[in-house]
Each structure stands twice: as structure tokens, then as C-alpha cells.
Design a protein around this ligand. Structure first.
Ligand code: ZN
Ligand code: ZN
Length: 335
């Protein structure tokens, strides 16, 4: 049984339509808002810092020393369900696990899930550039979206601009929860569109996305929404393949680097990711690689021709793990 906290600390209000009491400062999540952003705003609406609000409402549920946006536990869902108008489905929708079956087949609760950008956390600090943002969306509405944690998000279709994954002034990662630190009397020194390190406005000088990038993003978003591609491949299989090809062409390798070499001959130089796995690449590092892999997967005939022309072994694609059947079959036939 989940206990309710004393109403004299966080005031409750009775909502006749719901026939229950809810948190007095309740505010609904915004469109595609991610849990940590909503929870921070919710705490502010109660004139509390998130840590204090969590202490009072969630029995001190640990908020910022782990990646809280991946999936909720049952306790969290229950408390939010009891104290807000949100249904369990709406609550689940605040978390990245909601992409299950679309962006990836199953979420990995123990570690890294391909398709989500890791935060690379060290206590409350984040060393990875795992949170992206659209400078225009953030300027108009001070909150963070779930799609900004997706590895394949590179532009905002609504605003037509490139996303960013750091502060353009000091190049530190986005860590909006740290905006709460260092001031006992005020909840936030700066709104959510400010850098927690240098306090500069994150929304300055947005850069227009190219037509190619917007076309890429449109397809990615459509696949993610529909759950399948134009070839009726499950979207999570398409994303698995997109990651596989991107990771493969992102590094030079004597044995497993033939596809990269072939692509360099066919399309020109490809950026190299050195000293880290591809999933830890920054947005800037991965854009061109993703675009090229996407081009190959969108035109499998072109891909097959390159495989044939440069005599690329299927084992280069399947050496760690087999690839989805649809692609495996196409490449087998192409040999
Ligand atoms: Zn935008
Ligand atoms: Zn900064």
C-alpha cells in the first residue's frame, strides 16, 4: 500500500471530476515531455526543489544518480497515478521504455540499449552528451522531449533546425537538474533553457537543417511512429540494421573494414570514430555516418551492388550478431 504524505506539507486539492485529491501544484506533462523534465517542473510548481519534492512524495526515490528516464518502477507509477489525473499508460509514456517494439525490441534494464543515447553518469554528474535539444522548441517552451534522447534524432521537423547535444558556449553536456544546485532560497536560478555550467542561453543562433537531413528525420520519425518501414520491415529491425551499418563504417579495421573502404571509394571520405564505441559518438560525429548508412538501407539495390562490386563478405555484417532476416536474405541473394 502506497502511503500518502501529510497534506500540510504538499497541499492536496480535491478534483470533483476525478473524485480524488491530487497534488495541489499539479501540472500536466507537455507534448512528448520526458519524465525528469516534467518532474523538475512539477517540483517547481510546488515551490520545492526536486530532491525535497521527492522526499515528501516519493519516500526519497533516488532521482538524479541514475538514468531515471529509461523506465519507471511500480512504486513510482503507483504514487503518480494516485496523486495526479494521469493514467498508468500516460505515466509510462513519459519514459523511454515506451519506444519498446519501435526503436528497439526490448529495453536493457541492466545496461546500454541501442537507439538510446547513454548519459555516462558518474554520481550526479553526466560525462556523456546524452541529452539533445532543439534550440527553437526549448526557447518557446522550457521543457525537454523524449525524442531528444533517441540516437537517430538529428533535427527538429517542427522548427527545421539541427538539434544540439551540448552548450555551444562551454561545450558541457546538458544537465538541467543541476540548475537547482547552489542556491538554497530559490528553486532554479535559471530556467531550463540555460546551461547549468556557464549559465548562457542554450537557444541562441539555431542552425537550419539541410533538405537531406530533414528528409532523413521525416522517415526516421515516421518509422518510429508506425512501427514499420516502407518495405514493411519492423522499425526496430530497421534501426538495429542502421546502427550496425553505421558502427561498421565508423571505424577503420584491417579485417572488418571492407564496407567502410568501399563506401569511401563510392561516396568520399567518412568521419572516423576513434577510441570509443559508436553509441558514444557526439551528434556532430555521427550525423554524416547515419546519413550514409540510411542512404544504403533506403536503397538496398545500391547497397547490394556495392557488396557485390567490392566483394564484401556477409560475415562483416554478421560477425557479432546475426542481422534481421529481411536484410540477411537480401544480401545472401546478392552474393
Ligand atoms: Zn524544434
Ligand atoms: Zn555552458
Amino acid at each position: 500500500m502506497v502511503s500518502k504524505y501529510p497534506s500540510n506539507i504538499v497541499k492536496m486539492v480535491f478534483v470533483p471530476e476525478l473524485n480524488k485529491n491530487i497534488w495541489g501544484g499539479y501540472i500536466p506533462p507537455k507534448k512528448d515531455e520526458i519524465f525528469s523534465s516534467w518532474f523538475l517542473r512539477l517540483a517547481q510548481a510546488h515551490l520545492l526543489k526536486s530532491h525535497s519534492f521527492s522526499k515528501l512524495t516519493l519516500e526519497g526515490y533516488s532521482l538524479w544518480n541514475r538514468d531515471n528516464d529509461i523506465y519507471p518502477n511500480d512504486f513510482l507509477i503507483k504514487v503518480i497515478e494516485i496523486n495526479t489525473p494521469l493514467s498508468p499508460v500516460q505515466i509510462n509514456n513519459l519514459f523511454l521504455i515506451n519506444y519498446e517494439g519501435f526503436l528497439f525490441e526490448r529495453i536493457n534494464k541492466q545496461g546500454f540499449t541501442i537507439g538510446l543515447i547513454p548519459l555516462k553518469m558518474y554520481h550526479r554528474k553526466r560525462t556523456g552528451k546524452g541529452i539533445m535539444y532543439c534550440p527553437c522548441c526549448l526557447k518557446n517552451n522550457h521543457y525537454y522531449k523524449k525524442q531528444w534522447r533517441v540516437f537517430y534524432s538529428i533535427a527538429c521537423l517542427e522548427c527545421g533546425v539541427l538539434l544540439r547535444d551540448d552548450c555551444t558556449e562551454c561545450e558541457n553536456p546538458i544537465t538541467y537538474h543541476r540548475l537547482e544546485q547552489g542556491n538554497k532560497n530559490e528553486i532554479l536560478n535559471f530556467p531550463l533553457n540555460y546551461c547549468a555550467y556557464c549559465h548562457s542561453d542554450l537557444c541562441k543562433n539555431p542552425i537550419r537543417a539541410s533538405k537531406t537531413i530533414l528528409q532523413f528525420q521525416k522517415k526516421i520519425n515516421t518509422y518510429l511512429q508506425n512501427g514499420f518501414t516502407e518495405n514493411l520491415v519492423y522499425s526496430h529491425q530497421f534501426f538495429e540494421m542502421l546502427y550496425k551499418v553505421s558502427a561498421l563504417i565508423s571505424r577503420e579495421h584491417d579485417t572488418w573494414g571492407r564496407l567502410r573502404k568501399a563506401c569511401c571509394i563510392e561516396f568520399g571520405n567518412i568521419p572516423t570514430i576513434i577510441d570509443k564505441p559508436f553509441y558514444l559518438s557526439t551528434l556532430k560525429e555521427r550525423i554524416d555516418i547515419l546519413l550514409l548508412s540510411f542512404k544504403l538501407l533506403e536503397n538496398l539495390t545500391l547497397f547490394e551492388n556495392i557488396v557485390r562490386k567490392h566483394n564484401i563478405r556477409l560475415s562483416e555484417l554478421t560477425k557479432d550478431k546475426t542481422i534481421p532476416f529481411y536484410y540477411l536474405n537480401r544480401f545472401k541473394l546478392a552474393k
